[in-house]
Design a protein around this ligand. Structure first.
Ligand SMILES: Cc1cc2ncn([C@H]3O[C@H](COP(=O)(O)O)[C@@H](O)[C@H]3O)c2cc1C
Ligand SMILES: O=C(O)c1cccnc1
Length: 339
């Protein structure tokens, strides 16, 4: 069954209001379109200001990192987990600029980091399998991770979330992301595989060959989206997918970040067709898989600054533009006012 989209009637009313504003037709569409999307999601014109925007960073390790698919060592995952908790990570700085709430969760880190218990409350497993040689997860683990992600979304919505962002953290995570995008859309791995944290071209091609091996290993099992997450994904990616599905089901809009979030959005749409209508893309990172997936989802990035950090950072950076679109709907004079 297809998920219902944000209200088409309210969207039409929002567009009509936008058409009455004091400007030539369409002059601020890039911003106003965001305001109309939020209006339709909220079911009201004008839309309410976004006072409660929340990013959840899903952390996990990836067995395939042992094959040299990242320019950085896996120890960075735990280091950055502490970095987010301490407020010094890139996403934390950007989020403070924009009054966005940040929460980080250990969903699949291959360690027992010394962190508050609530950070590990939704943990699914220690690391995910090396997708080149084995499934990332069992089917049961994939289902559990999806359910944990839905529970996390429910917690965020109970805390008043008006807009949700899934951030990523985990060395190697651009590899399962590209693998899921390649497998879902039938793209050659080399076309959707990027340099991640900074591989050279030879490293990128080795990474693409590993993805081809993983996809060949899984064969027909890739047809089913939950099985595809188990075969090629990871605990953290499956949980973030469940988070996006649950947000869309609850009628809460989602801003998509980089290639990891684009893979999660792809999987959310595969599991819950129609979910993509609740999404906008925060930005375009240079990862080719991101553009490939956004093109197929019909999502146009808000920012195009070459950002490639992850952690939800590019989506958080786009939040002020969404708020500006709302403010235009709320505060701008009409053509009638000025005529
Ligand atoms: C210091 C540092 C901070 C990060 N924050 C997010 N990522 C991002 O980069 C990694 C994915 O790229 P790859 O697949 O090439 O490993 C993930 O940790 C992701 O969250 C970081 C990476 C590093 C090195
Ligand atoms: O596209 C991204 O968000 C990205 C790119 C490189 C590393 N981490 C994330």
């Amino acid at each position: 069954m297809t998920l219902p989209p944000p209200s088409p009637a309210v969207h039409a009313a929002a567009r009509a209001h936008a058409g009455s504003l004091a400007m030539p037709p369409g002059a601020l569409d890039g911003l106003v379109d965001l305001g109309c999307w939020i209006a339709a999601a909220q079911g009201q014109v004008p839309p309410a200001p976004l006072e409660n925007v929340r990013v959840v960073v899903f952390a996990g390790d990836h067995g395939v990192a042992a094959d040299g698919v990242s320019a950085f060592p896996t120890a960075i995952t735990v280091g950055m987990l502490h970095g987010i908790l301490a407020g010094g990570a890139g996403v934390c700085v950007i989020a403070r600029q924009h009054g966005v709430h940040v929460r980080v969760l250990d969903i699949g880190v291959d360690a027992d980091p010394d962190v508050p218990a609530e950070v590990t409350a939704h943990k699914v497993r220690h690391g995910s399998g090396n997708i080149r040689v084995e499934d990332a997860l069992t089917r049961e683990e994939a289902e559990r991770a999806l359910a944990e992600g839905a529970a996390i979304a429910a917690e965020e919505i109970a805390a008043g979330a008006q807009l949700l962002i899934a951030g990523d953290l985990g060395i190697g995570n651009t590899t399962p992301s590209a693998a899921l995008i390649a497998a879902t859309y039938g793209a050659p791995a080399a076309e959707v595989t990027g340099t991640g944290t900074g591989l050279d071209e030879a490293g990128r091609l080795r990474k693409a060959a590993i993805i081809d091996e993983a996809i060949a290993r899984c064969g027909d099992r890739l047809a089913d989206p939950v099985q595809r997450l188990a075969c090629l994904g990871s605990a953290d990616i499956a949980a973030a997918t469940g988070f996006m599905v649950a947000a869309a089901r609850a009628g809460v809009p989602v801003l998509v970040d980089g290639v990891i979030a684009a893979a999660e959005a792809t999987m959310a749409e595969a599991i819950a067709p129609g979910a993509k209508a609740w999404m906008r893309a925060g930005h375009r990172s240079p990862e080719p898989g991101l553009t490939y997936a956004l093109d197929r989802l019909g999502l146009e990035p808000i920012l195009d600054l070459g950002l490639r950090l992850g952690e939800g950072s590019g989506a958080v950076a786009a939040v002020p533009l969404v708020r500006t679109g709302i403010a235009l709907m709320r505060e701008m004079a009409t053509l009638a006012d000025v005529s």
